[in-house]
Design a protein around this ligand. Structure first.
Ligand code: GLV
Length: 323
């Protein structure tokens, strides 16, 4: 009998075909509507495998209904949407899609650095509104990226890829990480510092750490106050790592210069969110890994992880679980 798989969204054709060849597939076949909880609750009951997205909350209560579930394959590198402890106690494997989105996400991170520093969206809106009267010495002046100091919080694969790009901009690279990364220090000239030093000395503070209970609200009022008035905060990790109220106040009061945000605590961020009223916020709808090629590769990798697990093998991208 073919294993039963539930897929929580319309996914690229190639990945769907791969799974359909050996599985009985049920799918929430919508592009831009997340699967309703009651559908997920119904579908999980008979599923051997779940193909999920970062928008799906896969919690203990849901897994309790899933007697046959062997694997949850998340089409994302982050897996904060899955209760790992609940999965581990039931022997359910959890997989993610690391590696394949590293460079694409680093590109977007660098795009945010440049856009926030050089006020690209503000400048473009200014032009479109017909306010461009003449070239003027101090018109729409921003901050330099070239030669500035970049502080990376969380020196994993994506952090390193951002640091490689920063080298080309002759930036000084500081980093903070749970563990020191001697290879990054040697190859990229990255300097390990404590959080306080990173916040005080960086022109760009770039959040690249996973979202866990420990990193929730990692950047709050105290941390923002330590930053330079000319500094820019970049977040392409998860919104909940930053306290958004504190960030709004810091940006509004000129305690920091600008922010580039691809992620928000609640997504989609409501259009009346205070942060979106500020001209010094560049805001994007969680598109870090969104190149066509990378998303197709992620979808295929998630399919491979799922199929290997259903075949009784250990998939290559089992997420690390520590109690
Ligand atoms: C995107 O945010 C991901 O975790 O892949």
């Amino acid at each position: 009998m073919k294993p039963k798989v539930f897929i929580t969204r319309k996914i690229p054709e190639e990945a769907l075909k791969k799974i359909s060849r050996s599985c009985e597939v049920s799918i929430w076949d919508k592009e831009d509507v997340p699967v309703p909880r009651e559908v997920l609750e119904r579908e999980i009951v008979n599923a051997d495998g779940l193909y999920s997205l970062l928008t799906d909350n896969i919690d203990d209560e849901l897994m309790e209904r899933a007697e046959n579930l062997k694997v949850i394959s998340n089409m994302a590198v982050g897996y904060n949407n899955i209760d790992l402890e609940a999965a581990a106690k039931r022997g359910i494997m959890v997989t993610n899609t690391p590696g394949v989105l590293t460079e694409t996400t680093a590109d977007l991170t660098f795009a945010l650095i440049l856009a926030a520093a050089r006020r690209l969206f503000e400048a473009s809106d200014f032009l479109r509104r017909g306010e461009w009267k003449t070239w003027s010495p101090m018109l729409l002046t921003g901050q330099d990226v070239y030669g500035a100091t970049l502080g990376i919080i969380g020196m994993g694969r994506i952090g390193e890829a951002v640091a490689r790009r920063a080298k080309g901009f002759n930036m000084k690279i500081l980093y903070h990480n749970r563990k020191r990364r001697p290879e990054a220090e040697k190859e990229l000239g990255a300097v390990y510092v404590d959080m306080e030093t990173l916040l005080k000395e960086s022109d760009f503070v770039c959040i690249m750490t996973p979202y866990t209970p420990e990193t929730h609200g990692l950047i709050g009022e105290k941390e923002l106050q330590l930053m330079k008035k000319t500094a820019i905060l970049i977040n392409t990790a998860r919104g909940g790592i930053v306290n958004e109220d504190a960030l709004y106040k810091a940006l509004k009061n000129g305690d920091i210069y600008a922010a580039g945000l691809d992620v928000f605590e609640n997504e989609p961020v409501p259009t009346d969110h205070p942060l979106l009223t500020l001209p010094n916020v560049v805001a994007l709808p969680h598109i870090g890994s969104a190149s066509r090629k990378t998303r197709i590769t992620m979808a295929n990798l998630a399919a491979e992880n799922l199929l290997l697990a259903l075949d009784g093998k250990v998939p290559p991208n089992l997420v690390p679980y520590q109690i």
